[in-house]
Design a protein around this ligand. Structure first.
Ligand SMILES: *[C@@H]1O[C@H](CO)[C@@H](O)[C@H](O)[C@H]1NC(C)=O
Ligand SMILES: *[C@@H]1O[C@H](CO)[C@@H](O)[C@H](O)[C@H]1NC(C)=O
Ligand SMILES: *[C@@H]1O[C@H](CO)[C@@H](O)[C@H](O)[C@H]1NC(C)=O
Ligand SMILES: *[C@@H]1O[C@H](CO)[C@@H](O)[C@H](O)[C@H]1NC(C)=O
Length: 537
């Protein structure tokens, strides 16, 4: 069938004609995967041609320093990831044989933290030589990153035999904040999909899950204080996250060293909130009377702030990370302009006709509420673009994808810590090799002072939810997100896309081997060990 179809559409097989009339040859170049190379590239990495064999029945991880549930679950997880074990208890310990490796000693210096946090120490050193394999880290987070690297160096050679080369690694991230945004409002994502995504994130050393949990379209967050927000604001009663499920996601992320930063975007993007909270949204007017439409949250009413205080007091308890994302983007002023009560409020506050001042007033109040419950906050760039003078505690996220390096310049010049997202929209897909453009974007590439550069704490790639749901979010996100992960982890001079391509190809194949439906990103090719772990070897 497929063949007949192909012949019939011969013109489609030999080339492509784009809507602008451009004709392009089909991709012919393929990229051959590297073999046993890590992604993202460590800060210092060297390998030798000494290879050590590992019998999977004999290998174990051993904690030689501090340990805790995070480390022991990593040992268990990686035994499975590397060697394909699930339940087996390792009992068999043959005597040391020259040229073989029987354990990785993991030496964590400091007691485990309970939760990952901004600025946690993720550094580690990994040495594999004839005297054994050792991983040193200050914190358990560094150990997680190092074990992941170790897992990438080990290659399967036959049913029980694996090898690893002599290796010396000194490693730490270039940026503290390395995030991925998923949007569960435009389309709901199942808990199991979010967990798989977290696992994929840990494979690329991401450390922030930016959970754009609600938006205009739906409100799947089940609030303790305001249960109607989900009952009336979610698509339906199945497309919600219960408190138990949210706790499960946070715990799953914690064990992987990933922070969960929820975003509750306001005063815009909040149509779904208004379904249940009376008078929260501004009534829009036409010809002197309400027209049945609603705008952003009404900043002129004290009841709005009363609601926000109660709501964010709950959020502060539910999400353990110090930071909450408060949005603040794309506030449409038209509805505010149409509403006579808002006009009166503007006059009373002496704002003239400057609606940015009204937005600033709202954001100030919101930030005070959130500071009051001892949380830090992230906001979209528009809040400061509009001239709002807000606390320097805020972390500003750059999302407008034109002139974004200049925006990074301006935001850091104003003294704000800055996170870049603008050049990493995974949801904007196009034909061909797209990842190289993601790879080329560097948050440090602007003409700021050293002080300004220090304020750039990292970046986030994003998969907005209009065209993805459970069926395709993983394949569309991976492995392109990994490209951003390397940009944010590795040294600034690791930027040659041609040199990176074989490693990315291998990384994608490793993802497939671990069960992720990571899409093809380099043109024609194949993964030689695609299914080996999953076959009954
Ligand atoms: C590992 O060693 C083999 C030779 O034993 C060599 O061919 C291969 O390139 C080495 N791999 C790495 C990643 O250094
Ligand atoms: C890793 O090695 C470097 C260079 O030898 C050293 O400065 C650093 O303290 C080590 N880091 C850890 C976590 O052991
Ligand atoms: C708007 O103003 C009118 C007239 O001052 C008042 O009657 C009405 O209650 C106000 N609406 C809201 C929502 O405050
Ligand atoms: C930095 O300045 C140089 C020289 O003025 C200019 O060529 C370059 O485009 C600037 N780069 C950015 C990112 O603004």
């Amino acid at each position: 069938m497929a063949r007949t179809f192909a012949l019939f559409h011969f013109a489609c097989i030999v080339g492509l004609v784009f809507s602008n009339g451009e004709y392009r040859e089909r991709e012919t170049v393929s990229v051959t995967a590297s073999n046993g190379m890590p992604w993202p590239m460590p800060q210092q990495y060297s390998s030798t041609s000494d290879t050590f064999t590992i019998n999977r029945n004999a290998f174990k991880f051993r904690a030689t320093g501090q340990s805790c549930d995070i480390l022991s679950s990593a040992f268990f997880r990686y035994q499975t990831i590397i060697f394909g074990f699930r339940e087996e208890v390792l009992k068999f310990h043959p005597k040391f044989k020259a040229g073989s490796l029987t354990e990785l000693d993991v030496n964590v210096k400091n007691k485990c933290d309970q939760y990952p946090y901004l600025g946690m120490d993720e550094s580690y050193n990994l040495t594999i030589s004839s005297s054994g394999a050792t991983l040193n880290s200050n914190s358990v987070w560094g150990a997680l990153r190092g074990i992941e690297t170790f897992s990438q160096l080990v290659l399967q050679r036959s049913k029980d035999m694996f090898t690893v080369n002599g290796t010396t690694i000194v490693d730490y991230p270039r940026f503290q904040h390395r995030g991925l945004l998923l949007d569960t409002s435009r389309h709901f994502l199942d808990v199991s999909i979010i967990k798989q995504n977290l696992l994929a994130m840990s494979q690329s050393k991401f450390n922030v899950f930016h959970w754009h949990i609600v938006d205009d379209q739906s409100f799947p967050y089940t609030s303790n204080n305001f249960p109607d927000m989900a009952t009336m604001g979610a698509y339906d009663s199945k497309h919600i996250y219960t408190q138990d499920q949210i706790a499960e996601i946070i715990e799953f992320a914690r064990i992987l060293g990933i922070r969960v930063i929820p975003e509750f975007d306001s005063p815009g993007h909040s149509q779904s909130w208004g379904k249940s909270i009376k008078d929260l949204l501004t009534k829009c007017y036409s010809s002197g009377k309400p027209n049945g439409q609603y705008g952003p949250i009404d900043p002129s009413l004290e009841t709005s702030y009363g609601f926000l205080s109660k709501f964010f007091a709950e959020i502060a308890k539910v999400f353990p990370d110090h930071y909450v994302h408060l949005g603040g983007d794309e506030v449409n002023f038209d509805c505010w302009k149409s509403n006579p009560n808002i006009t009166a409020f503007m006059k009373q506050k002496d704002f003239g006709t400057d609606y940015a001042k009204l937005e600033e007033y709202y954001m100030q109040r919101l930030l005070e509420i959130v500071s009051g419950v001892k949380k830090g906050y992230m906001i979209w760039q528009e809040v400061v673009d509009n001239g709002a003078k807000i606390s320097k505690e805020a972390i500003v996220e750059i999302y407008r994808n034109q002139g974004y390096m200049f925006d990074v310049y301006l935001t850091t010049q104003k003294g704000y810590r800055t996170v870049l997202q603008a050049c990493w929209y995974l949801d904007l897909i196009k034909y061909g090799v797209q990842w190289q453009a993601f790879y080329a974007c560097d948050p440090g590439n602007f003409n700021g002072t050293a002080e300004q550069k220090k304020l750039v704490i990292g970046g986030e790639t994003c998969m907005w939810g209009e065209y993805v749901d459970n069926t395709n979010v993983l394949s569309r996100t991976w492995p392109r997100a990994s490209v951003v992960a390397e940009r944010l982890w590795s040294a600034q001079n690791v930027k040659d896309a041609n040199a990176a391509a074989p490693r990315l190809e291998e990384h994608r194949c490793r993802m497939i081997k671990r069960g992720f439906p990571a899409e093809a990103v380099n043109g024609p090719g194949y993964c030689f060990q695609e299914y080996s772990i999953h076959e009954p070897v």
